[in-house]
Design a protein around this ligand. Structure first.
Ligand code: ARG
Length: 578
């Protein structure tokens, strides 16, 4: 059940009844303060202009026309014409009981679509670094939420496993193997390996030429080159997989559709663009002039799809990828998660692909950009020596810090338990700190605030879960044997009740806009409402009636289940003990 949808439908019907034109604006918002009820319908003001009547008069008419007797106990017109909606406790209680008895917690699925999600997509020439953290975890949270809402999601890890830098890397690897090193050892640290190869490329006589020959041979399908490349790729993928495992991310090998996978599609794609008159020759290269993105002097943006030497580019592969995803996979939506600096590339890519008909009008192409992770100094996050931070190192540090934190807190954990818990708390804190920030803005990475047990943090929400779950378990209540009616008496109970029923609204917004922070904010508010409820509404105290006790235990149980479900979608673990 979706509170927002239920109310909106009733108000839309009322608008028709009072003679408003069809599709009149019908803004319905959550109330910001409890005394204004739970929701507020704000359509009267806009309608006043259309119907040429006073907004308050229209609001009164809507109140008279809207059929909400079963749901609302009171409607009041406030201010210039707001309609405050106070929901009926009994009706809320019935909805909660239904959610409690439903394995989907009352969340209805959306109409199913095929959705391609391109995320993580590290470059295999190098180690994954913090820049890939955001793409990986934001993408994975969106994927999980989309699946939960009933969509057919196709993960696509568009790994950078092709291109000219592989010439230099393979030439270097070939030399290492000739001097009897095994590939695993040579590539144990990809950053070092890349650096060595680059130094040789820049400084060693003849090496750059050899590197270029390797590229040509690789693209020509030379067996020796391909097998070196395969070794390189395999080892590098293993590095990524270790990080995925630590991060509890759902990507597997079968989700890899790297740049190399499109190699055979590049020529046909380019040909199609030329035949359709979209790409033209310009100084030996093939380019698309994009008039839609002209600069202020009216000069069109230039989008290169083939270099003058015949080489293909990142953009060529992305055209081939759109063709494949939209035509072969039948993607209704394609979501791509990269940092905001690639925004222009994807805008151009979409314009060109639409002109070429690679993507139809009904299909959407959504670049989902994210901001940068910054250090305390507000500059891009780096190690003390100024190099990029490896993701694996960052996660190890998170676990170490969580261990220290645990040592400071009294607990009856065994050593092994403590280690496990520290791992869950540390990794969750890093993930949550990132996921909870508005996706599009930069944010400052701060160990202390992310590991705090107060505020919008993973530990705070995990702790709320652990507590709610324990109360629920201690009460001997489980979903099969426990059915109670829910009675909402105190204001804290009502606030918690309405919050619980708004889970679906958070998920709908998340899936529409690819914004996991919406779910984080929701869970934080839910956890806070639970804490206030828990303080104000005793459960096991003398004098609490049996009905009241059962009702509160049910609310507590639904809270635990909802937090667990939400955290699971975010890829964050819950703990039975903390
Ligand atoms: N490998 C790229 C990078 O690290 C991201 C690829 C994103 N996906 C795409 N279809 N271009 O920047």
């Amino acid at each position: 059940m979706n509170l927002h949808t239920v109310l909106l439908d009733r108000f839309k019907a009322a608008l028709i009844n009072i003679g408003a034109p069809e599709n009149s604006p019908a803004p319905l918002a959550k109330s910001t303060r409890a005394e204004f009820g739970e929701y507020q319908f704000n359509g009267a003001m806009a309608l006043a202009k259309i119907l040429k009547q006073k907004p308050r008069d229209i609001a009164e008419k809507i109140v008279a026309a809207v059929e909400l007797d079963d749901i609302a106990e009171k409607l009041e017109v406030a201010g210039p014409g707001f309609i405050n909606i106070h929901l009926k406790s009994q009706w809320l209680g019935e909805q909660l009981l239904e959610a409690y008895n439903d394995e989907r917690l009352g969340v209805e699925k959306q109409q199913s679509q095929t959705i391609v999600v391109d995320y993580s997509s590290p470059n295999l020439a190098k180690e994954m670094h913090v820049g890939h953290l955001r793409s990986t975890i934001i993408g994975d949270a969106v994927v999980k939420a989309l699946e939960f809402m009933g969509h057919n999601v196709i993960r696509q890890n568009h790994m950078g496993d092709w291109g000219t830098q592989f010439g230099m890397l393979l030439a270097h690897l070939s030399d290492k193997i000739a001097s009897n090193q095994v590939a695993e050892t040579a590539l144990s640290d990809l950053e070092d390996f890349y650096r060595e190869a680059k130094v040789r490329f820049d400084e060693e006589d003849g090496f750059a030429d050899r590197a270029r020959q390797y590229v040509v041979k690789l693209q020509g399908g030379d067996a020796h080159c391909l097998s070196l490349w395969q070794d390189f790729i395999d080892i590098s993928i293993k590095h990524s997989e270790e990080v995925y495992k630590k991060l509890n991310v759902s990507l597997t090998r079968k989700d890899i559709m790297g740049e190399s996978a499109y190699n055979d599609d590049l020529l046909p794609t380019v040909n199609e663009l030329v035949q359709k008159g979209i790409a033209v020759e310009d100084q030996g290269a093939l380019v698309v002039f994009i008039q839609e993105l002209a600069n202020k002097d009216g000069e069109p943006a230039v989008y290169i799809i083939q270099k003058s030497g015949g080489g293909y580019l990142y953009s060529t592969t992305d055209q081939a990828a759109i063709r494949y995803r939209c035509q072969k996979l039948g993607a209704d939506r394609t979501l791509i998660f990269t940092d905001a600096r690639q925004a222009l590339h994807f805008k151009q890519t979409e314009i060109v692909a639409r002109k070429a008909g690679f993507i139809s009008e009904q299909q959407s192409y959504e670049h989902c950009p994210f901001g940068m992770m910054l250090g305390q100094d507000g500059k891009p996050f780096k190690t003390r020596s100024g190099s990029t931070v490896k993701l694996a190192d960052l996660l190890d540090e998170a676990v170490e810090r969580a261990e220290k934190l645990m040592a400071d807190r009294k607990s009856d954990f065994s050593e092994a338990e403590r280690q496990q818990v520290a791992e869950k708390i540390g990794i969750s804190a890093v993930k949550y700190a990132d996921l909870s920030k508005n996706r599009t803005t930069d944010y400052i990475f701060n160990w202390d605030s992310m590991l705090s047990f107060e505020g919008n943090t993973a530990p705070y929400i995990q702790y709320a879960y652990t507590r709610a779950n324990k109360i629920f378990k201690d009460a001997g209540a489980n979903s099969d044997s426990f059915t109670a009616s829910i009675e909402l008496q105190s204001p804290q109970e009502r606030v918690l009740a309405v919050k619980l029923l708004q889970y679906v609204e958070a998920l709908n917004l998340l899936t529409a806009e690819a914004t996991p922070h919406v779910l984080c904010s929701y869970l934080y508010e839910l956890a806070s409402s639970f804490m206030s409820f828990y303080e104000a509404c005793p459960i096991f105290k003398a004098g609490v009636s049996n009905e009241q006790k059962n009702s509160r235990i049910t609310l507590t149980g639904l809270t635990a289940k909802t937090i667990k479900s939400g955290l699971e979608l975010l890829g964050i673990s819950t703990l039975e003990k903390m």
